[in-house]
Write a protein that binds this ligand. Structure first.
Ligand code: T4K
Length: 360
């Protein structure tokens, strides 16, 4: 390929759609601390996602941080070793201990059947991730959380616009979190959100993100600065209007990859229920790490940069000080490669990428 092809490319609405929002921001001179655009973005998102409360924040990581704080989580938090480092790091950052539980070999999400064996007297919460947007076993995980009186957070950083059992995936758990990072299907450059069905919790999250101020600007809590800016909200508003089109283009690209790669015996895809997926990533599972390295370097020779999301499995990182072996997570993390997927990727580029993989 002449120009490099990266694992993703930011999805951006036409610049002229952003211009009027920027002009109004310039006129008002209000860039943050709640001008009109953050609440407008929250309202439009809540309608689009069909959820009661959206609390926009400065990143997916700060959404997780506020969720842990709002639910007063302490001690041990059960989570998955197959996720982006932000999920586990924020647990440690909040002075809790991540306890990693092995994953399912086909959905690559935390194995709900293995959670109970890891619950101790110190366990206070489960933080599960809908990895690459495929829903976790929400029924079983919710049942376990209720039975053991544990808080339940879903990291839905990848999982915007996914319906699960006929309703928004974001309605599960006490809080679900989103990321609107530049690489996500809906982006605000940097940004994120907490989603909750609980009004009291929504108010608590709003206070936590704004130094602990309530609506009357009285200091009522310990808080932090995790606010979204007006410029990010403007970007979110214009990008949101294109989200359905973008998702559809990615679905078509995903299906095209699948068709081209179907004949290659050493490739497997993530398992997901029909329609319960948003096609924001294109992870393939290769037969061995050697094969993965071979495919990756063949692609690089042609200027195509696939990524090892998520490697290594997080329980193997020294700073988590866990010596247990989680064989499925290790086998999966060693062999997954995310191929380029974004709405501007052409059919011709997809075909070329698949041919390189086939010949590697
Ligand atoms: N939970 C989960 C499960 C997550 O996956 C993440 C983040 C979080 C929580 C935390 O959310 P945030 O706090 O980040 O909102 C990226 C993202 O930085 C990160 O948001 C994301 N997950 C993670 C999976 O991937 P990198 O290290 O791959 O980014 P980078 O800079 O190498 O970009 C990859 C490619 O994207 C580049 O080769 C080109 C393209 N790109 C990148 C940027 C920054 C663009 O086209 N435009 C851009 O502005 O981490």
């Amino acid at each position: 390929m002449k120009k490099p092809i990266y694992v993703t490319q930011s999805s951006l609405a036409p610049l002229e759609e952003l211009q009027p929002y920027l002009e109004k921001i310039w006129d008002r001179g209000v860039l943050s601390n709640y001008g009109p655009l953050v609440p407008q973005f929250e309202k439009e998102l809540a309608m689009y996602l069909d959820v009661p409360h959206v609390i926009c924040v400065s990143s997916g990581t700060s959404a997780l941080q506020l969720a842990i704080r709002a639910l007063d989580i302490k001690g041990e938090v059960i989570t998955t070793p197959f996720t982006f480092i932000a999920t586990a790091n924020i647990i440690s950052w909040e002075h809790c201990t991540p306890i990693f539980v092995d994953i399912c070999p086909d959905t690559w999400n935390i194995d709900a059947e293995k959670i109970e064996a890891s619950i101790t007297a110190q366990t206070t919460a489960i933080l599960a991730v809908h990895v690459f947007s495929a829903p976790c076993n929400t029924t079983k995980i919710t049942e376990i959380a209720n039975k053991h009186n544990l808080q339940l957070i879903f990291d839905a950083a990848h999982a915007i616009a996914v319906k699960h059992n006929g309703k928004s995936l974001l309605k599960y758990g006490k809080i679900s979190t989103l990321s609107f990072h530049a690489t996500k299907m809906l982006n605000t450059a940097e940004g994120g959100a907490c989603i909750t069905n609980d009004e009291q919790l929504a108010n608590k999250l709003r206070q936590l993100r704004y130094f602990g101020f309530n609506e009357e600007k009285e200091i009522v809590d310990t808080g932090i600065n995790a606010k979204m800016s007006e410029i990010s909200a403007a970007l979110g508003l214009v990008n949101l209007a294109h989200l359905d089109t973008i998702r559809n283009k990615r679905r078509i690209a995903y299906e095209s990859y699948r068709n081209h790669l179907a004949k290659i015996p050493f490739i497997q895809f993530q398992r997901y229920q029909a329609d319960e997926y948003n096609y924001s990533y294109l992870p393939i599972l290769l037969e061995s790490e050697e094969r993965l390295k071979c495919v990756m370097s063949a692609l690089e020779k042609y200027n195509v940069f696939a990524r090892r999301y998520f490697y290594p499995a997080l329980h193997t990182l020294a700073h988590f000080k866990q010596n247990n072996s989680l064989p499925i997570a290790e086998k999966v993390a060693d062999r997954i490669l995310c191929l380029p997927l974004y709405d501007a990727l052409t059919e011709d580029e997809i075909q070329k990428i698949c041919n390189i993989i086939d010949e590697s």
